[in-house]
Write a protein that binds this ligand. Structure first.
Ligand SMILES: *Cc1c(COP(=O)(O)O)cnc(C)c1O
Length: 509
């Protein structure tokens, strides 16, 4: 065993002999490091300040604007062979890229379910990029950081000590991993070698009809097909109807299928509905089925004491997928999968390759590695920005910002229900509000209305369809959003709605 002082001494000896041959620190001609570090440093500080200005002054910008054709055209030029000065490329970034993003960092953004990001997350991304960590495995503290976040999450969601956790791109990937682990738990791990074509019976899965489309895709990717995902009707609050679930399972068993998985959703993508997770857990226990929770955005409501009781039963899940990049405000991407039985999780992905052999000491120590729990071998250091976010802000502040988006949703609901011109389209469960402007041909008018709102640059909701009826959907996820943006949304909806309505009437006259 070497002590650090000893290591340092040996390193110094080596460097001394190197110095005699070449000057250490000056870059060799082929290196991509800056030839002029002081100049690079100055430019780097300019770039950092630009992005801090961008975030500090984001309210002065439009939420979104369409990119002009000339700008798009510049992205069709060929592969650059010769170098360009960093400052020049940065100017190009400021002019042609930065102004034309979706706009989810802006407080007026309410489309889909996108997180806002934070300056702290941005700085952590920079640190991770400089380290250039490959967090696939090996004997290094970044892997320990990921394990720490996994333990925090296991504690938060009431999972046992043997639970495993893994950073992934997003909940689409987390759900896919869960389907694979559940499939193998049902069939035994020999199915990884034999393939699902060796099965004589059909595996069936269940989710409410409000389920996110990625669950059907996960079934498809797992070789099970998306058709055996049974979409169970939902109740008036858009939660899975548990009677209908029991009936569907019984019908499939009677038909010779093998039910294996039920997916409950904590925060549906359209309306924020939360399934009765405790009730689903009861049925899964009775029927011996895997219970997965898609908590993509909603699971982190656990951080808000006033919201956590709505997730009752989540602690009984066999697996849980969720995103830090939505309500958790961690910069993209930062999805996460938690599995109650970490050993089942590992066995669904374990592989033997000589170049991945493990040792008790040295760089190949510290097994099992993150790459043993998912399809990725090389992976970035997503854990760092999440770790920084929780450390710097504290879990309570993140919970408070989540609770506040729900408070804003209730305020928006009250403004809608007090206006005769607006119609609430779904119960407001968490932070998503679906509504529309009342008018004849309301479907067409509201689709147009959403586009005009987006093009106004003031607020950006999205459109969705609920039972075939077009709705304006405001998903309030961003920690920067406040009452002012909600008022703008309502006032602009009324103004544009009236004008579209008047125009329609004019067209018909
Ligand atoms: C966003 C979302 C997903 C997909 O998550 P990604 O991080 O975009 O892959 C899945 N389910 C629900 C309910 C979601 O809201």
């Amino acid at each position: 065993m070497l002590f650090p002082a000893e290591i340092a001494e040996r390193l110094e000896d080596r460097l001394d002999s190197l110095h005699e041959r070449e000057s250490v620190g000056a870059c060799s001609a082929a290196s991509l490091d800056p030839a002029d570090w002081p100049a690079f440093r100055r430019q780097a500080h300019v770039m950092l300040d630009d992005m801090l200005d961008y975030l500090e002054q984001i309210r002065r910008r439009p939420v979104w604007q369409p990119a002009p054709e000339q700008t798009r055209a510049r992205f069709r030029s060929g592969l650059p062979l010769a170098p360009t000065d960093l400052g020049t490329v940065h100017e190009e970034f400021l002019a042609d890229i930065l102004p034309y993003t979706v706009g989810n960092a802006h407080p007026g953004f309410m489309g889909w379910v996108h997180g806002g990001g934070t300056p702290v997350g941005m700085m952590a991304e920079m640190l991770a990029a400089a380290m250039n960590t490959n967090a696939g495995g090996r004997n290094q503290i970044p892997v320990e950081v990921e394990r720490q976040v996994a333990r925090w999450m296991a504690d938060l969601f009431g999972f046992p000590a043997g639970a495993s956790g893994l950073f992934v791109t997003g909940t689409s990937m987390a759900n896919f991993i869960a389907v694979l682990v559940a499939r193998d738990a049902a069939l035994g791990h020999q199915v990884r070698g034999l393939g699902v074509s060796s099965l004589s019976h059909r595996l069936t899965a269940y989710a409410s009809r409000e389920v996110h489309g990625c669950i059907g895709r996960a079934m498809d990717f797992a070789g099970l097909g998306s058709d055996p995902l049974r979409l169970i009707p939902s109740d008036d609050r858009r939660r899975m109807n548990l009677r209908a679930l029991a009936d569907a399972i019984a019908a499939d068993r009677a038909a010779g299928c093998t039910p294996f998985l039920v997916v409950g959703t904590a925060g549906t993508v359209d309306t924020g509905a939360v399934d009765d997770l405790d009730g689903i857990a009861d049925q899964c226990k009775r029927e011996k089925l895997w219970f997965h929770v898609d908590g993509a955005y909603g699971a982190l409501a656990m951080l808000a004491p006033e919201l956590a009781p709505r997730l009752r039963g989540i602690e009984r899940a066999d697996s849980l997928g969720f995103d830090f990049h939505k309500w958790g405000q961690v910069p993209y991407d930062a999805g996460f999968i938690l599995v109650r039985d970490g050993e089942l999780h590992r066995q669904a992905f374990a592989c033997q390759a000589a170049y991945l052999a493990r040792e008790a000491r040295g760089l190949a120590g510290g097994s099992p590695w993150p790459c043993d729990f998912g399809p990725d071998l090389s992976r970035g250091f997503r854990a760092l920005k999440t770790w920084f976010t929780f450390k710097v802000h504290g879990a309570e502040a993140i919970g408070a910002s989540i609770a506040r988006t729900c408070e804003l949703a209730r305020y928006l609901e009250s403004r809608i229900t007090s206006s005769a011109e607006l119609e609430l389209m779904a119960p407001v469960e968490l932070n998503i509000v679906c509504f529309r402007y009342r008018a004849p041909e309301a479907d067409r008018l509201n689709r147009e209305l959403v586009i005009e709102l987006q093009e106004s640059g003031l607020v950006a909701p999205s459109a969705t369809s609920l039972d075939g009826r077009t709705a304006i959907r405001a998903a309030i996820v961003n920690h920067r959003t406040g009452y002012a943006e909600i008022d703008t949304l309502v006032n602009e909806t009324l103004r544009i709605g009236r004008s579209l309505h008047a125009r329609r009437k004019g067209d018909c006259a």
